[in-house]
Design a protein around this ligand. Structure first.
Ligand SMILES: Cc1cc2nc3c(=O)[nH]c(=O)nc-3n(C[C@H](O)[C@H](O)[C@H](O)COP(=O)(O)OP(=O)(O)OC[C@H]3O[C@@H](n4cnc5c(N)ncnc54)[C@H](O)[C@@H]3O)c2cc1C
Ligand code: SF4
Length: 322
């Protein structure tokens, strides 16, 4: 690992002032320390942000819930009121990695974790995402890669919380030197859809400070399929939220994870559910629409039937009174 200076920020202002192209913000360190050790990112300075006061709380206000950037994944998994309001988010948090990792990982670090593509993670490989001109996964090993992309990189977004928060219409609050901005989850990941060089929309000089979830009478669910029961990312995940009136769908959101550089949605699938009662047939039709534009490669086509099953399972779970 190349040497860098280490600083602990005690305010968002300090973290933002220190943050630059050659500086990295450090939360739980699960992702960043691995990247620094492998030389995937270089930094002259690392600024730890987890001791900044006020960023480790979960609050319910009149407009909605606010989750501080430094709240751990374990805290989200164990928060009873949050789980009652957003069972899909709690389920996604419970499925992350392992208990040890959940206790260290923060929600901000989880949302902003980088690609897990094995070519990207290899210190000796310079693929397109690291400034090279080849995507080795396309012609090589792409078992864990995307079914949908707007560009050439097929490395999927692997944050489970991103998928669960997307269907809740959540936003992230981002502080930069010029002030504060709010991004929807779609906006947070939009640049990664067709720009192979980026992972998300946060740039050096910015810090994610909170996640906001609006209040709404929604049911939600999250399901994932993984190779291992613990200590693993999802092969495919699916989050759903539903607004129901007398058993009839008034609004639906469906997002897939680990199949695209963004939480993958298709409004056609969501609109097709409006005005219907959810059952095997309507859920299957929505799944077919959501997967219609999938472009599987030789080694990842198995993800399509898994995604279809997860979409149906998540929709039926969210529609069933708990
Ligand atoms: C074996 C294993 C299995 C895993 N399985 C899953 C899984 O199934 N689902 C899942 O979602 N995750 C999974 N993870 C990821 C893990 O949950 C962590 O959330 C994630 O790696 C990073 O969290 P962190 O707090 O340690 O962030 P860090 O490593 O500290 O930071 C991650 C990135 O975010 C940036 N950053 C951190 N905080 C801020 C901030 N406030 N503002 C701006 N930038 C910031 C850092 O600079 C860095 O680039 C897994 C990890 C491992 C090792
Ligand atoms: S999928 Fe993306 S990260 Fe992986 S080799 Fe291709 S360009 Fe690199």
């Amino acid at each position: 690992m190349k040497p860098f200076t280490y600083q602990r920020a005690l305010s968002v202002d300090t973290a933002v002032a220190e943050s630059s192209e050659r500086c990295r913000l450090l939360a739980g360190g699960i992702d960043l320390l691995g990247e620094l050790k492998e030389g995937l990112v270089e930094a002259d300075k690392v600024v730890a942000v987890t001791r900044i006061p006020g960023l480790d709380t979960i609050e319910k206000k009149s407009a909605g819930w606010t989750i501080g950037a430094n709240v751990t994944v374990a805290t989200i998994a164990a928060h009873a009121d949050l789980a009652r309001a957003f069972p899909g988010l709690a389920a996604a948090a419970r499925d992350v990695a392992s208990p040890q990792i959940r206790h260290v990982s923060t929600v901000a670090g989880n949302l902003l974790q980088h690609s897990r593509c094995w070519y990207y993670r290899h210190r000796d490989v310079t693929c397109m995402k690291k400034g090279g001109d080849v995507c080795y996964a396309r012609e090589g090993e792409h078992k864990y890669h995307a079914l949908f992309t707007g560009g050439y990189c097929i490395s999927p977004l692997v944050s489970s919380l991103a998928v669960a928060l997307t269907v809740l219409d959540a936003s992230v609050v981002v502080r930069g030197r010029g002030g504060e901005r709010r991004l929807t989850m779609a906006e947070l990941y939009a640049p990664a859809w067709d720009d192979h060089a980026v992972h998300h929309a946060i740039v050096p000089g910015e810090m994610l400070t909170a996640i906001e979830i609006p209040l709404a009478a929604r049911r939600s669910a999250f399901v994932q399929a993984s190779e291992k029961a613990s200590f693993d990312w999802a092969l495919v995940s699916c989050a759903v939220s539903l607004e129901l009136e007398g058993g009839v769908v008034r609004q639906a959101r469906i997002a897939l994870g680990a199949v695209s550089p963004v939480p993958y949605r298709d409004e056609r699938a969501e609109k097709a559910l409006v005005g219907t009662r959810l059952d095997e047939t309507t859920a299957d039709a929505a799944a077919a629409l959501l997967l219609e534009k999938a472009e599987p490669l030789p080694h990842n086509a198995y993800k399509v039937p898994i995604a279809r099953a997860l979409i149906k399972r998540a929709l039926l779970a969210a529609a069933t009174p708990g």
